[in-house]
Ligand binder design. Structure first.
Ligand code: SF4
Ligand code: SF4
Ligand code: FES
Length: 250
């Protein structure tokens, strides 16, 4: 290799990761920032960077990953103050100093790991986010009814939610009141309201979200839609629900 080719070779950046460490189950643990330095690799994601740290520098660092493909929603964390899926964030899109913290609002397990599933389950039970069909007896031999493809597409669009919790972490209302169902809860109900197989009426939906813990608690500042990694049409759905629920409440 010629001297000029060596000169032209891109130099690898040294990354500094400042990570909020805290284990609430350990009485000796106190919240503090811990600094780690690693060499950036080509196409490095935050998942790879954190794995590198855990394997070679600090085996006690806790964080969650399952799919590494933006599908399971388990790796959401605050990346330089913004909720993001760490498996989808390339370090080359970040400055060389990166601050990581767990999502706020959710129960902390330790370090970057939070218990989103527990809250999501509670929200789901409270809002009854399952199909309320007419028939009590399920007939497995019955041919499925046809659905208008455009409507099926709209329902599918909302079903793409991966329950990552980014919309809740970015939501001003959720930070002020823990009983707010958030964009994720409102989008779940909007999905069932669209579904012609669901027998619930707007009166039933009003009972579930017709107050400040539901659609009237939303301040419409759009942070949820800005951070949603699946680009769900959250604002359109929340605005539509709010109009329907306001009409219902008159
Ligand atoms: S609506 Fe978007 S940000 Fe909120 S939980 Fe679902 S995928 Fe995540
Ligand atoms: S628009 Fe509503 S649900 Fe979305 S972040 Fe703002 S207050 Fe929360
Ligand atoms: S690990 Fe599944 S979404 Fe990131």
């Amino acid at each position: 290799m010629s001297a000029s080719a060596i000169d032209d070779a891109p130099t690898q950046r040294q990354l500094t990761l400042n990570i909020l460490r805290y284990d609430p189950r350990n009485p000796a643990s106190k919240p503090h920032m811990q600094k780690y330095r690693i060499e950036e690799a080509d196409s490095m994601t935050l998942f790879i960077a954190l794995t590198e740290i855990r394997e070679h520098q600090d085996s006690t660092l806790q964080f969650d990953f399952v799919c590494r493909a933006g599908i399971c929603g388990s790796c959401a964390m605050m990346v330089n103050g913004r909720p993001q899926l760490a498996c989808r964030v390339l370090t080359r899109d970040l400055p060389d100093e990166i601050t990581l913290a767990p999502l706020p609002f959710f129960e902390l397990i330790a370090d970057l790991s939070v218990f989103t599933g527990k809250w999501m389950r509670g929200m789901s039970e409270r809002l009854q986010t399952w199909l309320h069909a007419q028939e009590r007896e399920i007939d497995l031999c019955r041919i499925e009814e046809r659905m208008d493809p455009d409507l099926a597409e709209q329902i599918y669009e909302l079903d793409r939610c991966i329950e990552c919790g980014c919309c809740i972490a970015a939501c001003g209302t959720a930070q002020m009141r823990h009983d707010f169902v958030g964009a994720v809860g409102l989008a779940r109900l909007a999905r069932f309201r669209l579904d012609p197989r669901d027998t619930r009426t707007d009166d039933d939906y009003y009972d579930l979200i017709g107050d400040d813990t539901g659609v009237f608690g939303c301040m419409s500042l759009l942070a949820c839609q800005d951070v949603c990694p699946k680009s769900l049409p959250l604002q359109t759905q929340i605005a539509f629900l709010r109009r329907k629920m306001a009409a219902q409440g008159l």
